[in-house]
Design a protein around this ligand. Structure first.
Ligand code: GYE
Length: 373
């Protein structure tokens, strides 16, 4: 592994901000696969803690970050989190590349980082495959790769990944819909699905988790098309659904909040009543501020959180590597499930690790919206 010489100052600066983060609260359901689930607020505060010392030396750690793009509110929060944590004040010279949802551009960005000889590469992989060659190149060059958010599924040549268990998000959505339909006496579910970017691990996991419940219950999946995780995508898919399936659907599941915003606009324009008290149950993922605002307003019935605040984790991993410490190969974020109505207080399901879990459903109030990202 390529090592930069760490100056005495740098070691002191890094030691000064070592985080409690990766030693946070352990979540029972992720025990089998991960070692750390943490409290984000505390971590963020610690990770962005600044010391005078760090700016005195000028010996910066260079990090290249190949971000997916700027397709959603979630993505903006992710970018802000990484940029805030991997800052000059924290001893890091960050090169940020927005790959605009283009996989080829993302591979190229990583290759450029390798050529420049950065100290670390951070990747949020647009799609989950096609990585082994370039990660081997990084490995050969001795540059540690940290993966955040979406997973890389065809290579293990990265030192650490931190993100969400997307399959559990989909399973939780299915378990919630099953319980909600039963409670409200909805016997037949006719579902329209708007998926995320095809081939991204977020799309793959949410789809496979939710589809387990479609199969288990014999629900009717009328159609499934990608909205590419964008508002425009969600809107145009929903506009066409409203024409093709007029009066025939009672569930719309969007794989992120921005797609849900587009679906809301399309259903509103088509005169479809959705949300609390409506004819169509609307489900979303992410739980960004604007998404939770729509949950509070009763437009979205349930929103399954995906936490984008991975900047502090990146910083923590880099610090551990700099200190020659071991890092976890996989770290899952803790994520609550939000609902618009009281009545159902929890869901039970078998998670992706094969473990039976019971998790709370959190009714959204203004305080929840205010605390969101
Ligand atoms: O759900 C979506 C974003 O990878 C989990 O990407 C992330 C997804 C998120 O565009 O809003």
């Amino acid at each position: 592994m390529k090592r930069r010489l760490m100056t005495g100052f740098m070691a002191a600066a890094l030691a000064g901000t070592v985080l409690a983060g990766c030693g946070g609260t352990k979540s029972a359901e992720t025990d089998a696969v991960t070692e750390a689930v943490k409290t984000e607020g505390a971590k963020t505060a610690e990770a962005t803690e600044k010391t005078e010392e760090k700016t005195a030396d000028g010996a910066m750690i260079t990090v290249g970050f190949a971000q997916v793009g700027h397709e959603s509110d979630w993505r903006t929060a992710s970018t802000n989190s990484v940029q805030a944590a991997l800052s000059r004040e924290n001893g890091i010279d960050l090169q940020f590349v927005d790959c605009d949802n283009d996989s080829a551009a993302q591979l190229e960005a990583v290759r450029n980082f390798i050529q420049q000889g950065v100290d670390y590469i951070v990747i949020d992989p647009i799609i989950s495959t096609g990585w082994d060659i370039v990660l081997t190149e990084a490995d050969d060059a001795g540059i540690p790769v940290i993966v955040i958010d979406r997973t890389i599924d065809d290579s293990d040549k990265y030192v650490s990944w931190v993100g969400s268990e997307f399959t559990n998000e989909g399973l939780a959505a299915g378990a919630w819909l099953e319980a909600y339909a039963e409670k409200n006496g909805v016997s037949e579910l006719n579902i329209l699905e708007i998926t995320g970017t095809t081939g991204s691990s977020a799309e793959i996991g949410r789809t496979s988790g939710f589809h387990k419940y479609i199969e288990k219950n014999g629900w009717n999946l009328l159609d499934s098309q990608t909205g590419d995780f964008t508002q425009e995508g969600g809107q145009s898919v929903m506009e066409s659904y409203c024409k093709s399936y007029e009066g025939k659907f009672n569930v719309v599941i969007c794989q992120n909040d921005n797609e849900a915003f587009g679906a809301i606009d399309a259903m509103t324009a088509a005169g479809v009543k959705f949300g609390v008290g409506g004819d169509v149950i609307l489900i979303s993922f992410d739980a960004c501020t604007a998404g939770l605002t729509d949950v509070l307003a009763g437009k979205i019935n349930a929103d399954f959180q995906c936490n984008p605040l991975q900047g502090p984790d990146c910083l923590n991993i880099i610090k551990k590597l700099e200190a020659g410490e071991k890092v976890e190969k996989k770290t899952f974020m803790a994520e609550p499930w939000y609902v618009a109505e009281e009545g159902l207080s929890e869901i039970s399901y078998t998670n992706n690790a094969g473990k039976a879990v019971t998790e709370p459903l959190v009714p959204v109030d203004q305080a929840v919206v205010d605390a969101a990202y």
